[in-house]
Design a protein around this ligand. Structure first.
Ligand code: MRU
Length: 366
């Protein structure tokens, strides 16, 4: 997608073929700063501290992290250590486990002297595959936006509500939930996005608003609590969100607050779509209540980050001294509230039958 008119990705292999470039998403929307990762420890830190975040980008960063690890030490012990280090960074996005296990299996089957080349190649393939899957999601999701517009009496604007950031910053490029929105915009569909701010870390206000703005997509940031009101007033035509892990039965873990939006959408007859590439499906889980929910530092709730008039980026406290705070990072929306899943192979019901109709090769493997 575009930043100041130039195409950009969220992660890339640097020109020397060794370092891995990322955008430090902690600095957005105020400053576009890139960083070079050259060790697996730096890759793990980038995931843990959320310089990179979003399920597919966490997966791609972990894959490159494995490559950086074997570059330093191609031994079996180093591969095992790197896997443990990366898997411990964040618990909810299943793409992390998927990418680490993919690389670990590949490397264990590769002679030590060829591991570095094999790991970089595979990490690059994972990044390219993510882009291809997201581009396909864009194509499958576009008709849902066009049809929502066609159903309206007023054809001047179709309003999509999204939560958190499931745009290109959360993936390698295109995004998941935002991919159909970018394609609709590029094809001249008059799409407008209601952007949930997404407390506590404000990924909507900071990241979704920034990337939509850079690409020229009309959008409005709203307080998280405004979505239900807008849906009651008929001002949301459809919701599209991403996911960090979706069970084989269609239960959807996504950023905290997604469940409440799904309930409001259900109550108001607003279609609620979840966009996901297949590495985000946990084919081994049937019950969303078994998805591990990350609990992060309470400081993210008791404080808020922003830019002062001086230009300095600062954190300020927003709750009384002495009050306890808790920070649950994700919630699970039961499949019954999900209108459909938008995958790289097409749109399906949020159910085992729906997913397996698009991914029949998964019948054999639980
Ligand atoms: O905590 P984050 O910022 O990593 O959470 C990101 C989300 O919840 C996204 O909605 C999800 O990963 C889908 S990304 C395409």
């Amino acid at each position: 997608m575009k930043v100041a008119g130039q195409s950009m990705r969220s992660i890339w292999l640097e020109a020397d073929g060794v370092g891995v470039g990322i955008i430090d998403q902690m600095r957005l929307p105020f400053e576009l700063r890139t960083q070079r990762l050259i060790t697996v420890e730096e890759a793990a830190h980038a995931i843990r501290a959320m310089l990179v975040r979003g399920a597919p980008l966490i997966g791609a960063t972990a894959a490159y992290g494995m490559a950086l690890a074997v570059r330093a030490d191609p031994s079996d012990a180093a591969i095992a250590h790197a896997s443990e280090l990366l898997l411990a960074t964040r618990p909810t996005a299943v793409n992390l486990r998927w990418a680490v296990e993919d690389l670990r299996t590949l490397l264990q089957q590769t002679p030590a002297e060829r591991r570095v080349e094999a790991a970089y190649r595979r990490a690059g393939e994972i990044a390219e595959a993510d882009i291809a899957m997201n581009r396909a999601i864009a194509g499958h999701g576009l008709p849902l936006i066009s049809q929502a517009l066609a159903r309206k009496a007023d054809k001047t604007r179709v309003d999509v509500l999204t939560h958190c950031n499931a745009g290109w910053l959360a993936t390698v490029d295109w995004g998941t939930a935002l991919a159909p929105i970018y394609l609709a915009h590029d094809e001249g569909v008059p799409v407008h996005v209601w952007v949930d701010e997404t407390r506590p870390r404000n990924q909507g206000a900071s990241l979704t608003a920034w990337e939509l703005g850079q690409h020229g997509v009309p959008h409005t940031v709203i307080a998280d609590n405004a979505g239900g009101h807008l849906m009651q007033r008929g001002r949301v035509d459809l919701c599209i969100v991403g996911t960090d892990r979706t069970t084989v039965t269609g239960d959807v873990a996504n950023k905290i607050g997604t469940y409440l939006k799904a309930l409001a959408a259900h109550d108001n007859g607003v279609p609620f779509y979840v966009a996901l590439p297949s590495p985000t499906v946990d084919w081994s889980l049937a019950d969303g209540r078994a998805i591990p929910i990350e609990e992060r530092n309470a400081d993210e709730v008791s404080e808020i980050a922003g830019r002062l008039d001086s230009g300095e980026i600062a954190r300020v406290r927003v709750i009384p001294d002495g009050s306890a705070a808790a920070n649950y990072a994700f919630d699970v929306t039961p499949a019954k509230y999900v209108t459909a899943l938008i995958t790289e192979r097409g749109v399906c019901a949020a159910s085992r039958e729906g997913l397996l109709s698009l991914f029949p090769e998964r019948w054999a493997r639980p």
